[in-house]
Design a protein around this ligand. Sequence first.
Ligand SMILES: C[S@@+](CC[C@H](N)C(=O)[O-])C[C@H]1O[C@@H](n2cnc3c(N)ncnc32)[C@H](O)[C@@H]1O
Length: 192
Amino acid sequence: MGEKHGHKHPGKSSRDVLSAGDVLKNLDLKKGDKFLDAGCGDGYISMEASKLVEDEGKVYAVDVYEKSIDALREEIQNRGITNIETKIADMTKKIPLKDNSIDKCVMANVMHGFVAEGEVPEVMEEIRRVIKPEGTFALVEFRKIQSQHGPPFEIRLTPADVEDVISPYGFQVQGSEEIGTYHYIVKAVKTE
Ligand SMILES: C[S@@+](CC[C@H](N)C(=O)[O-])C[C@H]1O[C@@H](n2cnc3c(N)ncnc32)[C@H](O)[C@@H]1O
């Protein structure tokens, strides 16, 4: 892992410390929804979402780290899941999805890395492009407290920091709440 990618955390998962159900209950995912798991890692949130959107919907699991996507593809195949599309992509360059195509997006434990690396504009332009007007963008982050799990304290974000990061890109924050032992979720909608 080079210096530039020191905060990207390839191969990390919050599977052991955060329940996918606790994340997704905030999104009200419905049958037929198009859901994006942005920076999906091992895809444990994607697999839970796939049950909620059912066969009429679709889950797009996107990550830059090939090994994570390879492992997810194998798990999907073993479990017989057919409504998850995996994509290896660097979201600071391009999210390989059409404009205004996503109903709901989760970015879990990823944004602090983009902030630390100074890559917010690139990734937020892409997130904004793919989410539908009135679509939901939910960010999950580790609380800004000293804890054994999670990124270094200095680069952790507060919910207010998250709001400051995404607001300039046409997202209106609706609220935030603590989830699990270590995390919080900020829920926003794409305006105009
Ligand atoms: C801490 S892990 C979180 C994984 C998963 N969302 C979770 O909560 O378990 C951060 C993930 O973001 C991915 N990531 C970092 N930068 C990325 C980029 N530019 N494009 C796509 N994925 C990226 C990493 O490869 C890694 O899988």
